[in-house]
Design a binder for this molecule. Structure first.
Ligand code: ASP
Length: 438
């Protein structure tokens, strides 16, 4: 019985248990150990396992993204479905992105987490004055401008393929190269065509095989990552930001537990309970790593476990991990308006309707551009704050709670990709027998 439970089929449960253990162990460590040096030693040792796990996942990301997209696009191009599937996917990315941002927008306006008494607002602003967090933030902001957004698009066409392939943070460029190569593979004929097809396919199969091996270690990696984060963050950081954290979590929860499942029911005609059961390991890995890119190998594997074809998952998911970030877009919107609310309490300057609309648009555009790595939205938020002429260094106010919220939004990002994969798959006539609605 116990031996049966150790089977890879129960991996999501193993990860869940690891997560619960991490919370217990972290609470024990914080309770029993107060010496800072001992704490650092313990977290450094535990942290090694987390880093090993993330490094291993990142190791397969570039070959996997390249091979998956090349295989997917070549398959679609030969069946002349590339344009159709591509436009469907992108349209769905935009729709879910808008739904997420509006969810955040409505909640942040209803709850008004930043609309506090002036002494509290001033205390929050003063609390970051002269701190490391604030100076780090100031250094990050230095030299950033609107222009950075344009550069994201320019960099999507890399001047050197081999250079591009060495940059885990530049997946958009890798995707571009893979789409082009995948597409033009179908222009070849005869033996050469077969060789190139086999090359992409072989690369894909071997990276998936390596991925399978790596994700067996997910429980250990998750335990290590989450323990270190909780020991490092503690719970006291949450107190002054209670309403802000609540707003973000409620909005993410609405998207995760209501909107996306509704889309699964009505657009994909799959049973959300069954589907979430199949993809839980990706959601939990995203939660622990706070990186959609590092989670991508697990995301692809779990979509295929749910029955999504190789062709669909290979195209929709790598693209989604890079450009479709609902949780991130929602978070950007809530943070910017939260800071604007504090700003208006402290300075009396109101934040109008037009500015809110601008936040919606900028949140969508920047969420497409940010990389799927931890804390990536902070860069985008500083850009938006800059455009709106709000004090970007005030972002330091939320830094202490950012990581935990990052874990939640990354899980939402990945779940949205998986939802769209299911919708596209079903619309292309795939059956998904194990998860389809009765
Ligand atoms: N960590 C997020 C992701 O990888 C991006 C972010 O919102 O910071 O999807």
């Amino acid at each position: 019985m116990f031996k049966e439970f150790l089977n890879a089929r129960y991996l999501a449960w193993h990860i869940l248990i690891a997560l619960a253990l991490a919370i217990i162990v972290a609470a024990l460590i914080r309770w029993r150990i107060s010496n800072a040096e001992t704490l650092t030693t313990i977290t450094s040792w535990i942290g090694i396992f987390g880093t090993l796990f993330i490094n291993a996942l990142k190791m397969v990301v570039v070959p996997l993204v390249f091979a998956a997209i090349a295989v997917g696009v070549a398959g679609m191009a030969s069946q002349k479905s590339f344009g159709r599937i591509g436009s469907k996917t992108i349209a769905l990315y935009l729709v879910t992105g808008f739904i997420a941002i509006f969810t955040g927008l409505i909640l942040v306006n209803v709850i008004q987490p930043g609309n506090m008494q002036i002494e509290h607002a001033q205390a929050l602003v003063d609390s970051i004055e002269g701190t490391d967090a604030q100076s780090n933030m100031a250094a990050r902001i230095e030299g950033r401008s609107w222009w950075d957004l344009v550069q994201i698009i320019v960099r999507a066409v890399p001047p050197n393929i081999f250079d591009a392939l060495t940059n885990n943070g530049g997946l958009l460029a890798i995707i571009f190269v893979a789409v082009v190569f995948g597409f033009f593979t179908t222009k070849l004929t005869g033996a050469v065509r077969e060789t190139i097809d086999n090359l992409w396919q072989g690369m894909y199969d071997v990276t998936i095989a390596v991925t399978l091996w790596i994700i067996r270690f997910a429980p250990i990696g998750v335990f290590a990552l989450v323990t270190v984060i909780i020991v490092g963050t503690g719970f006291s950081a949450f107190k002054p930001l209670f309403w802000f954290v609540l707003t973000v979590l409620l909005a993410l929860a609405l998207h995760f537990f209501v909107w996306l499942p509704l889309m699964q029911v009505f657009l994909a005609r799959v049973n959300p309970f069954k589907y979430y059961g199949k993809v839980a390991k990706a959601q939990l890995t995203a939660f622990s790593t706070a990186s959609s890119s590092a989670t991508l190998p697990v995301t692809i594997k779990s979509a295929q476990d749910a029955g999504v074809s190789k062709r669909t998952s290979s195209f929709v998911l790598p693209l989604g991990a890079t450009v479709n970030m609902d949780g991130t877009a929602l978070y950007e919107c809530v943070v910017v308006i939260f800071i604007a609310q504090i700003y208006s309490v402290v300075s009396g300057v109101e934040f109008g309707f037009i500015e809110q609309l601008l936040v919606v648009l900028l949140a969508l555009v920047t969420s497409i551009g940010v990389a799927g790595v931890p804390a990536a939205s902070l860069v985008a938020i500083t850009l938006i704050l800059g455009v709106l002429e709000l004090p970007a260094e005030w972002l330091a106010i939320i830094l202490a709670v950012d990581r935990i919220l990052d874990m939640c939004r990354t899980s939402t990002n990945v779940t949205s990709d998986l939802t769209i994969a299911a919708i596209v798959a079903r619309s292309e006539g795939e059956e998904l027998p194990e998860v389809k609605a009765a």
